[in-house]
Design a binder for this molecule. Structure first.
Ligand SMILES: *Cc1c(COP(=O)(O)O)cnc(C)c1O
Length: 379
């Protein structure tokens, strides 16, 4: 599904030199490399504050702690996402409110958000799934109208642009009150272990978040708030600094692969290719509105599971993200959830299949994969 060697080989000298430097200077945690990466990422994203932390799950949790959300507060998020999003809501004893997504983009449905709002609702967590932003124009409007926080789970869309209705653009993760991301190795900007970060333009919130990631300390051994231990280590920061200047090129490689896939699948019966929206037409050439963390098809003739088996037999990697909607996961079932409110996620879990997607895919691999899919689905 992913090829992590290609990027390493092309950055080997730089990465190895930085890691050796760190080993010899013994600045393993919070060293100058972490600070340098933080500044570089702030500049890349055009955001005032980046707060590095240990992983993308922590980033979400710390963002919610920083906003002062209290047990019992309701937090609305998508039913169709990785469990980390809802897990941290539960851990903080907030009340997760899962809602349905849109059929074409796989992203949280603003109409479903609005229907789920109660007097206890405090925040919306849009997940920019598979590399494309949720409908932030409408989500920001809803949040403003109901006085809610917007926390962007940007683990899958770092580097993506969001194009607003008025044509202006902003980087994914920097649009809401606070955003989070993950540097897990297979993410679009991946390190060689775990890593994550929180983004905000709010100075006071940034200050709070910097304390929370470090045991609630603003001054050594003065613990002003309850914090956690969640730090990015210097070695991961050095890897990320080497990769960040290439992130736009990595996104472009993924988009190129996606275009080739889509060209091959276009017009095929029973196969629905991913759409890019966000006020852009087609796979927009003017902005990075979709960075294809995953390239996900919908197979509409009931052959998805058989296709997975077929591809496995041909040694073509593929994935089903996600096979079970969160509202049906044992840990998150709730009697308030009505099946009739989850028609789209219930459909998507049966139809979606993600194909290999990374920065090293070549034409031969793509045609081998597309031929295998088309041949099987429409045989
Ligand atoms: C990967 C991911 C996370 C969690 O990131 P980790 O660094 O693995 O903790 C959270 N949300 C989404 C949508 C993800 O894809």
């Amino acid at each position: 599904m992913v090829d992590l060697q290609g990027q390493y080989q092309s950055l080997k000298e730089q990465v190895n030199t930085s890691i050796t430097q760190i080993l010899e200077s013994s600045t393993y945690i919070n060293g100058p490399h972490v600070h340098a990466f933080q500044k570089e990422l702030e500049e890349y994203l055009g955001v005032k504050h980046v707060i590095p932390c240990a992983n993308g799950t922590d980033a979400l949790q710390i963002a919610m702690m920083g906003l002062g959300l209290q047990p019992g507060d309701e937090v609305i998020t998508a039913d169709f996402t990785f469990a980390a999003t809802v897990e941290v809501i539960g851990l903080l004893q907030l009340t997760p409110v899962l809602v349905d997504v849109e059929l074409d983009t796989f992203n949280i449905d603003p109409i479903a958000i609005e229907k789920a709002i109660t007097p206890k609702t405090k925040a919306i967590v849009p997940v920019h799934l598979f590399g494309q932003c949720a409908n932030m124009d409408v989500i920001l409007e809803i949040a403003k109208k109901h006085n809610l926080y917007v926390i962007e789970d940007n683990a899958q869309a770092i580097g993506a642009d969001y194009k607003f209705k008025d044509g202006s653009k902003q980087k994914a993760g920097t649009i809401g009150h606070v955003g989070s991301t993950s540097f897990f190795p297979s993410k679009n900007l991946g390190c060689y272990g775990d890593g994550g970060a929180i983004f905000t333009n709010d100075d006071a919130l940034a200050h709070t978040l910097r304390g929370i990631v470090n045991h609630g300390m603003y001054e050594r051994y003065h613990h002003d708030v309850v914090g956690v231990n969640s730090r990015l280590d210097s070695i991961q920061a050095a890897v990320l600094s080497a990769k960040l200047p290439n992130l736009n090129a990595y996104c472009e490689s993924r988009r190129t692969a996606a275009r080739k896939y889509s060209k091959a699948f276009q017009g095929q019966e029973n196969i629905i290719i991913p759409v890019t929206v966000n006020n852009c037409d087609g796979i927009c050439d003017e902005c990075d509105c979709h960075v294809f963390h995953q390239y996900t098809l919908r197979i509409t003739n009931g052959k998805r599971d058989a296709l997975v088996k077929h591809l496995n037999e041909k040694d073509i990697p593929c994935g089903v993200y996600y096979p079970i909607p969160l509202h049906k996961q044992k840990a998150y079932v709730d009697e308030r959830y009505l099946e009739e409110n989850f028609t789209i996620t219930n459909q998507l879990v049966k139809e979606v299949i993600s194909l290999p997607m990374h920065t090293e895919l070549d034409d031969e691999q793509i045609s081998y994969i597309t031929n295998a899919v088309i041949g099987f689905v429409n045989e």
